[in-house]
Design a protein around this ligand. Structure first.
Ligand SMILES: NC(=O)NC1=NC(=O)NC1=O
Length: 172
């Protein structure tokens, strides 16, 4: 899908295609649609990042709360979005042994109790070991610092989803 096609999408089609570039936050696509035409994908990504950065603290916390826990309830109940399921699979989170799953779940609970939102990391750039390591590390962060780091991870997830969406469409 070249950028001309992206720019020509109706609002409905634009949100259909890009509505989940930020997990369960179609508002992001709905907001940046107004900023067409984009010169290229990088400019569209900048518009998305600028929108996320413009959110209040509670808005950013809301974006994070829309993310499923890693190897958590949604995975076990089969209610993950296709994007998230594939990302968690690639990171090896869908084949944890019970002890690993329990340990990760305990860390997720600790994290959510401390920060008030789930631990978010770009799973496609990590594996089970690095995710667990970063979760333990980030648990020690101050809330303001951790909110910033977590939002940077959301942007990484978004960039990879955008790239795979455009690449996928180019194969059509
Ligand atoms: N809590 C999370 O980090 N969730 C996720 N990370 C990803 O890369 N995809 C997700 O759904």
């Amino acid at each position: 899908m070249d950028i001309g096609t992206v720019n020509s999408l109706s609002y409905e089609d634009f949100v259909d295609v890009f509505g989940n570039i930020v997990e369960k936050c179609p508002l992001v696509a709905a907001a940046v649609w107004s900023q067409r035409p984009f010169s290229n994908l990088a400019q569209m990504e900048t518009a998305v990042n600028d929108f996320i950065d413009s959110l209040t603290v509670s808005g950013k916390e809301g974006v994070l709360r829309c993310h499923p826990c890693l190897a958590g309830r949604e995975l076990h109940s089969g209610s993950l979005t296709a994007d998230s399921r594939e990302e968690q699979r690639q990171a090896g989170l869908t084949s944890l042994d019970p002890a690993e799953a329990e340990h990760l779940q305990r860390l997720n609970v600790q994290y959510k109790q401390r920060f008030g939102f789930p631990f978010v990391i770009c799973a496609r750039l990590n594996d089970r070991a690095t995710i667990e390591h970063r979760l333990v590390e980030r648990l020690a962060n101050e809330p303001t610092q951790e909110l910033r780091l977590a939002i940077e991870e959301v942007k990484k997830i978004c960039r990879l989803r955008l790239q795979s969406l455009v690449a996928w469409a180019n194969k059509l």
